[in-house]
Design a protein around this ligand. Structure first.
Ligand SMILES: [Zn+2]
Length: 61
């Protein structure tokens, strides 16, 4: 997912009340098509700067 799209998801998630998210599915964050090495949650847009930070059992898509 592009970083700006992740930013939009964070904004919509916050606007929707910033509910808890289990971060069940994450994907690689990209800048202009290049992987940044970070991951972002597909639901809420939260960034994870390393694989070690990812929730246990989450899917990397
Ligand atoms: Zn999330």
């Amino acid at each position: 997912m592009e970083a700006d799209e992740a930013g939009r998801r964070r904004e919509s998630w916050a606007a929707a009340g910033n509910k808890p998210c289990a971060h069940e599915s994450v994907t690689s964050e990209r800048f202009g098509g290049m992987s940044s090495g970070d991951y972002v949650c597909l639901r809420c847009g939260k960034e994870f700067t390393s694989r070690a930070e990812l929730p246990r059992g989450c899917s990397i898509l």
